[in-house]
Design a protein around this ligand. Structure first.
Ligand code: GLC
Length: 364
């Protein structure tokens, strides 16, 4: 029998309040009380398992990142603005004022670095990232700076790994004096030929290079297989007190990417999510991620999760809210994908948060 108070302590949330607020907030579980009860039961079982693991290996893990927003679709494009979004400093104000503690800044450095020699980074691009980072840090936010959309490395690592190391040598030197609220993320979603082994080895080399000049910098490591759970649990991360691991969650893909034309074949619009099986599967995934985290003793960040805009807001809210609460129950920081480009939380035409999405991320 699970004692509700100890359950609340272990989860860090009251599952009943959580369910109630979900129900009121977005009419999430309007279909049936059965689903709500199934979810409560699943969370309770999940909490019990977290605790079982805890008695063996778990020690409290402190991640500097709790609630984060991806500033997606701007510097990750071939050039900023090409995908319709240019970062405005007022966006950072809005994100900070809403209650997020971190922005993740995806940057396509491979489009702004030389092809040989020291792979010199474009000074204009560095000045632009400085501007965004300086602004966010001055607002007491953390910034995660990454290398995003380096397509070539995933298909031809033997040609491109050295270039990624060169890019990081320069970024590490450029930002060496920055406070440790600037976090480096080595490579977004390694995949294809960036296998688990190859990603582990590359991560180790780049961490060692960064550590030559900065021992306190948090380094975020994405794992292979697109940062997914299977890639995460096979990885062998280097031991270091200031490494965080990252995973991304978009399951079921046919639900989260419905209508996403950038993916072929595009999953059809209309998929729904939230039955008992869906909840059980998601809860088991989060439990597996937490078990891996507990074994390795380093913080785990859910670096991306979100639902494409073609799904109804109600469906998006249901999934996003559940992922967010499961993350927090398992003590993962999280980072929503995205802000106002696609997978929107903010409507750039109305210049306003999409209120149900904001509430799903930051409400009770
Ligand atoms: C990954 C991709 C990004 C995409 C997102 C959702 O981060 O790099 O471009 O929008 O996943 O599919």
């Amino acid at each position: 029998m699970i004692d509700p108070n100890s359950l609340i302590r272990r989860l860090g949330v009251d599952p009943v309040a959580l369910l109630l607020s979900n129900t009121l907030m977005g009419k999430l579980y309007d279909r049936s009380v059965r689903v709500v009860l199934a979810f409560a039961l699943t969370l309770a079982v999940s909490a019990a398992c977290v605790s079982d693991l805890g008695s063996v290996a778990y020690k409290p893990l402190v991640s500097p990142v709790q609630r984060c927003m991806n500033l997606s679709g701007a510097l990750e494009g071939p050039s900023e603005g090409e995908w319709g979004y240019t970062v405005r400093m007022s966006d950072i104000d809005k994100i900070a004022d809403a209650g997020f503690d971190t922005i993740r800044l995806p940057v396509r450095w491979s489009a702004h670095a030389g092809k040989s020699g020291r792979y010199e980074l474009d000074s204009d691009m560095l000045a632009r990232t400085d501007e965004i980072i300086d602004y966010a840090l001055a607002k007491d936010m953390n910034v995660i700076l990454n290398v995003h959309h380096y397509y070539q490395i995933h298909h031809n690592p033997s040609k491109h790994e050295r270039r990624l190391e060169g890019i990081w040598n320069q970024l590490a030197a450029h930002y060496a004096a920055y406070p440790d609220t600037l976090i480096f993320e080595v490579l977004n979603e390694p995949h294809t030929k960036m296998t688990v082994e190859r990603t582990d080895a590359l991560n180790k080399r780049i961490v060692a290079n960064i550590r030559k000049t900065q021992t306190d910098r948090w380094i975020l490591l994405a794992t292979a297989e697109w940062g997914s759970l299977p890639g995460l649990i096979e990885s062998q991360p280097p031991q270091d007190p200031r490494i965080m691991l990252s995973w991304h969650y978009y399951d079921p893909f046919s639900f989260t990417h419905q209508g996403a034309e950038f993916f072929k074949p595009t999953p059809p619009i209309g998929a729904q999510w939230g039955n008992e099986d869906d909840l059980a599967r998601m809860t088991a995934d989060f439990r597996a991620a937490a078990a891996f985290r507990d074994t390795h003793g380093m913080p785990l960040l859910l670096g991306e999760f979100g639902v494409f805009d073609a799904a109804s807001v109600e469906e998006r809210v249901k999934w996003i809210s559940t992922v967010r609460h499961l993350s927090e129950a398992n003590q993962f920081g999280w980072c929503h994908w995205g802000f106002s480009s696609n997978f929107q939380a903010y409507d750039p035409e109305k210049e306003a948060w999409i209120e149900p999405i904001r509430a799903a991320l930051l409400g009770d």
